[in-house]
Design a protein around this ligand. Structure first.
Ligand SMILES: C[S@@+](CC[C@H](N)C(=O)[O-])C[C@H]1O[C@@H](n2cnc3c(N)ncnc32)[C@H](O)[C@@H]1O
Length: 237
C-alpha cells in the first residue's frame, strides 16, 4: 500500500464540503472544456477548493463567494500557500452580493436558496452567453422519498425531476459527477467532528445537542439509503 499517496489524497479532499470525489471534479472541468481562458464564479465556494483544483488542473481564473468567514480566511491561506493569485475569495452573502462581471462558468454546489429552479435563475445572472452552469445538488434515489428526509432537508428531487427542470429552462446536462458512499462518510463525519468540538467547548448548547441527534439519526436512518449527490454541468444548445 502506498500510504504516502493515500495520505496525499486525503489531504487534497480535506477542504471539499460536498460529496463529489476530487477526481470527478477534475473530470467535470476536463469534459466541460475548462482552460486558462476560463473565468469561473463559484457561489457558496466554502474554502474555494473547487476553484483551486480547477486552477491547478486547467489554469482557470476565478472568484469564490461564501458567507462563512472561517472558510474564506482558511481558503485564502491555502491559496497563498500554493502561490495562487488568479483566484479571489470574497466573504459575502450570495443573495446580497452583486457583480457586473460575466463568467464562462457559474457554479453553486452544496447549497440552495428556494429550490433547483431558483438556483438556475441565480446563476444565470452572471453567465456569459454560451457559458455553462455547474450545479451540485442533493437528489432522491427514489421518486417518493420518506417524509423524514424531506423534513430534514426540504426539497429533494429525483434525477428525473431535476432533468425535467433543466430541460424546461432549455438546458442540457452535458457533464455529470455522482457521489460515493465514501465521500458522504467523509462529509458527514467532518461535520460531526466540528459539532463535537463545539459541544466540548459549549456543553450546554441545546441547539447543537439537538442538531447532533438529528444529524446522526437522519444520516443512518434515511440519507445514506435514499439521498444522493451530483455535480451537473448544464448548457444551452
Ligand atoms: C455544503 S457547503 C459547500 C461548499 C463548497 N461549494 C464545496 O463544494 O466544497 C455549503 C456552503 O454554502 C455556504 N453558504 C450558505 N449560505 C450562504 C449564503 N447565503 N451566501 C454565501 N454562502 C453561503 C456555507 O458557508 C458553506 O460553505
Amino acid at each position: 500500500m502506498d500510504y504516502k499517496n493515500l495520505i496525499n489524497k486525503l489531504e487534497e479532499s480535506k477542504h471539499l464540503i460536498s460529496m463529489t470525489p476530487l477526481d470527478k471534479i477534475v473530470e467535470i472541468g476536463f469534459t466541460s472544456g475548462m482552460n486558462q481562458d476560463s473565468f469561473v464564479l463559484d457561489l457558496c465556494c466554502g474554502y474555494g477548493e473547487m476553484l483551486k483544483v480547477w486552477h491547478q488542473a486547467f489554469g482557470i481564473k476565478g472568484i469564490g463567494v461564501d458567507i462563512c468567514k472561517e472558510f474564506i480566511d482558511e481558503g485564502k491561506i491555502l491559496l497563498k500557500h500554493e502561490n495562487i493569485d488568479d483566484i479571489s475569495l470574497i466573504e459575502a452573502d450570495v443573495l446580497n452580493w452583486k457583480s457586473d462581471k460575466k463568467f464562462d462558468y457559474v457554479c453553486l454546489s452544496g447549497e440552495d436558496f428556494g429550490g433547483f429552479e431558483r438556483t438556475i435563475q441565480l446563476l444565470e445572472q452572471y453567465v456569459k452567453p454560451n457559458g455553462k452552469l455547474i450545479i451540485g445538488t442533493r437528489f432522491s434515489k427514489v421518486e417518493s422519498p420518506p417524509m423524514e428526509l424531506i423534513e430534514f432537508e426540504g426539497e429533494t428531487l429525483s434525477l428525473r425531476s431535476i432533468n425535467e427542470i433543466v430541460r424546461k429552462f432549455d438546458y442540457f446536462i452535458t457533464s455529470m459527477a455522482s457521489d460515493t458512499d465514501a465521500e458522504w462518510e467523509r462529509y458527514i463525519m467532518w461535520s460531526a467532528r466540528r459539532h463535537l468540538e463545539n459541544l466540548r467547548n459549549n456543553p450546554n448548547d441545546e441547539n447543537c445537542q439537538d442538531w447532533c441527534e438529528k444529524w446522526y439519526t437522519s444520516y443512518f436512518g434515511f440519507r445514506r439509503k435514499y439521498e444522493g449527490y451530483v455535480l451537473l454541468v448544464i448548457e444551452k444548445l
